[in-house]
Ligand binder design. Sequence first.
Ligand SMILES: [Cu+2]
Length: 118
Amino acid sequence: MAMWTDWLRVSVVGLVALWLVLGGAQAHGAELLTFEVVAQDGRLIPDTLRVPAKTRFKIVIRNQGSDAVEFESIELRKEKVLAPGVTSFVVIAPLKPGTYRYFDEFHPDTGQGRIIVE
Ligand SMILES: [Cu+2]
């Protein structure tokens, strides 16, 4: 009797854990809105991203230039240094409508962009 209830308890815990892992993976993997920014020759391409308000999203940054870049947004409190050839990402929490600037801190004269949240 004890063995049967132990087995049942372990099975239920296992199924709940599996359900959480599968559900969690799907929520994070499949549904996260993703944008891509390419850094190249001191430019950030595109220089404008249009994003819906109150939606978590991800920006994938690809450094296709020949020197390091630093993707930065002061308003969003994000910064990410990328060596040449490196791809990385930042995840942005849901935002209120407005314009949020981003730039390449290593190429600030030309590497400017904005996120328009609407
Ligand atoms: Cu910085």
